[in-house]
Design a protein around this ligand. Structure first.
Ligand SMILES: [Ca+2]
Length: 233
């Protein structure tokens, strides 16, 4: 009888662990304004607000983890040396706009950034505090909803052997990829108009898909156990 009981439990647990693996690729224009999500026209301090940043619709799940491979180069003003996907060292603090946070203080300029957003109209929401990202070579990060975070090339080491993990906040329905820009990389957003070149990202989101059917199976399994237990008494 014990073997039978364990059999039920094993089946039920297996059904609740359907894994999620969402992958895709997108180009990220050097003018893709990471702060522009949720507002029709980001108000720049000058130099242009850029273009809409690409948005990925995330599959539903729990315990979701994002990994990214970022490439490409972007020049941030006419005649500037392009900056790679992993950015370069520079002190930057940029004020956000609308429902999206700013960034910084960070020791990086250029490179690929991301932000997780909930479903629906977020235009009336207040921006959260800037994400305190600290070290840019940590193994994992846990940004909140609408907190802009640095992704870079997605690796923590120069040899690009260790992929960083970005924990997807519960309630996130979308992932936006883009770039930051401001006069001298500090203050109000702006100066997207003179950017040229593109980044590109390959992204993967893993996790567990909650399945109503498996929850029913679990309930049926538990009920069966109760009945067997009662019958054996
Ligand atoms: Ca610029």
């Amino acid at each position: 009888m014990i073997m039978m009981k364990w059999g039920y439990a094993t089946i039920a647990l297996a059904l609740t662990s359907v894994s999620l693996a969402q992958t895709g690729s997108t180009a990220v224009s050097g003018q893709a304004n990471i702060f522009g999500y949720g507002v029709s026209t980001p108000a720049p301090a000058g130099g242009g607000g850029g273009v809409l940043a690409p948005v990925v619709t995330l599959d539903a799940g729990v315990g979701r983890i994002l990994t990214v491979v970022g490439t490409g180069r972007v020049a941030y003003f006419n005649g500037a040396s392009p900056i790679g996907a992993d950015g370069e060292t520079y002190a930057s603090t940029i004020i956000g706009t609308g429902p999206i946070s700013g960034v910084g203080p960070l020791s990086i300029r250029g490179g690929i950034f991301g932000v997780f957003v909930e479903d629906g109209d977020v235009s009336g929401l207040t921006a959260p505090a800037n994400f305190a990202q600290g070290s840019l070579s940590a193994a994992s990060y846990a940004p909140g909803l609408r907190q802009v975070f640095f992704i870079g090339n997605g690796f923590s080491d120069a040899g690009m052997t260790m992929q960083q993990e970005f924990l997807v906040p519960d309630g996130a329905a979308k992932l936006v990829f883009g770039v930051t820009d401001a006069f001298d990389w500090n203050g109000d957003i702006g100066f997207y108009g003179d950017n040229s070149g593109d980044y590109a990202v390959d992204y993967t989101v893993t996790g567990v898909v909650p399945e109503p059917a498996s929850m029913i199976a679990l309930g049926v399994g538990a009920l069966a156990l109760v009945r067997r237990r009662r019958a054996s008494k």
